[in-house]
Design a protein. Structure first.
Length: 209
């Protein structure tokens, strides 16, 4: 697809920082197509006949990054499907605008380089920051009902290690490219969203972040 027809925003931040929550709100106001890498991986894991099911399950439980070929393909397919899918209109997704939120990706340098080179360049990175204590509290609370196999203390600790060692360098990389808008996600959802909305409005108004 043509780069000029799509706007891609990467949404990053630690486990449980609030990426998915903010994306859902952005969809309503700006007509984005929200693609969560974690959700796409979980769907693939549960898809009958998937050759990657076991691999994805063990990576997620151990807080490891799934080999990028798998994730990249899932995202690329989802972008293409969304661009060609009339039925998604009305569900908040406005196909004509070609706006994508890619949530929880890229979280390793190899993914970042490959997506930027082979699929499309992102316009900016929304980066949610808060303390590990807050992230733990949020994930454990959600874990009561989420059914996610990584919403437990043991997996959380492993997710934090991967985040610090593997994902923070990606943030540094985009910071040097002046693409990162950092937002403190410690306050209540509405307050975090007010900041988020301001940043995205500026982007679409043609200002840099
Ligand atoms: N909540 C949210 N905001 C709040 C606020 N301001 N105040 C109070 N509560 C707030 O939020 C988490 C919880 O907190 C929710 O209950 C929410 O209501 C509440 P959420 O918006 O879901 O946070 P999010 O940042 O999306 O947390 P998530 O757990 O989804 O982040 P992860 O990055 O850990 O998970 P993801 O699904 O992206 O990835 C899971 C795994 O998939 C990875 O560990 C990895 O193994 C694998 N993966 C890859 O291998 N490659 C990839 O490219 C991507 C993922
Ligand atoms: Mg999420």
């Amino acid at each position: 697809f043509e780069q000029s027809k799509v706007t891609v925003i990467y949404v990053l931040g630690g486990p449980g920082a609030g990426k998915g929550t903010q994306c859902a709100l952005l969809v309503e106001d700006f007509g984005f197509c929200h693609l969560s890498a974690g959700d796409l991986l979980r769907a693939e894991q549960n898809r009958e006949g998937s050759e990657f099911g076991q691999l994805i399950r063990s990576c997620i439980k151990e807080g490891q990054i799934v080999p990028m070929e798998v994730t990249l393909k899932l995202i690329e397919n989802a972008v293409r499907a969304a661009l060609g899918d009339e039925n998604r209109k009305g569900a908040g997704w406005d196909d004509g605008k070609g706006r994508f939120l890619i949530d929880g990706f890229p979280r390793k340098m190899d993914q970042a380089i490959a997506f930027d080179a082979e699929v499309c360049l992102s316009s900016m990175v929304l980066f949610y920051t808060t303390t590990e204590d807050i992230m733990i509290e949020r994930i454990l609370e959600r874990g009561k009902t989420s059914g996610r196999e990584d919403d437990n203390m043991e997996s959380i600790k492993k997710r934090f290690v991967t985040y610090r060692e593997t994902t923070l360098p990606v943030i540094d990389y985009y910071t040097k490219l002046n693409k990162v808008a950092s937002i403190d996600s410690s306050p209540v959802v509405e307050e975090v969203y007010a900041k988020t909305k301001g940043v995205v409005e500026k982007l679409f108004a043609g200002e840099t972040v």
